[in-house]
Design a protein around this ligand. Structure first.
Ligand code: RB5
Length: 150
């Protein structure tokens, strides 16, 4: 799968760890930075990644900051983005099954590397259930359209 990944300084170490795992598993990774531990602003990285996913240039995205929260707030401003902060395998699975989340947001200061890897694996391998959940996603799309026109 073609996957985009980005972080700020607080998520940098976890980004590097997860990137290696994904590459080993044969995914094509687009790394949008940051590339070291120097302090940066998470909105810049969330915006770069969310734009790629929003335009369909990568199928899914991973964003990592201290908590995952700032990244999710920014990413969810982009059309078609459903960014979910996940902190367990269960929330990761539900964000895919029910919300068809296309960006996974993780907290580099919250999760241990191994926990994050498990969450990521579940998130990548869980399908959207559709059915009643599709109706709800369609409603989100309608809200986006309405906001765009207003
Ligand atoms: C950076 O210190 C921190 O605020 C950021 O990584 C993130 O957690 C914001 O939501």
């Amino acid at each position: 799968m073609k996957i985009g990944i980005a972080s700020d300084h607080a998520g940098y170490k976890l980004k590097e760890y997860l990137k290696k795992i994904l590459e080993k598993e044969g995914h094509q990774i687009v790394d949008l930075g940051t590339y070291n531990l120097e302090s940066v602003d998470y909105p810049d990285y969330a915006a770069k990644l969310a734009e790629l996913v929003s335009k369909g240039l990568v199928k899914r995205g991973i964003l990592i900051c201290g908590t995952g929260i700032g990244m999710s707030i920014v990413a969810n401003k982009f059309p078609g983005i459903r960014a979910a902060v996940c902190w367990s395998e269960e929330t990761a699975a539900l964000s895919r099954r029910h919300n068809d989340a296309n960006i996974l947001c993780l907290g580099g200061r919250i999760l241990k590397n191994e926990e994050a890897a498990k969450i990521l694996r579940v998130w990548l391998n869980t399908e959207f259930e559709e059915g009643r959940h599709l109706r709800r996603i369609e409603k989100i799309k309608k809200i986006e359209e309405k906001m765009r026109k207003s």
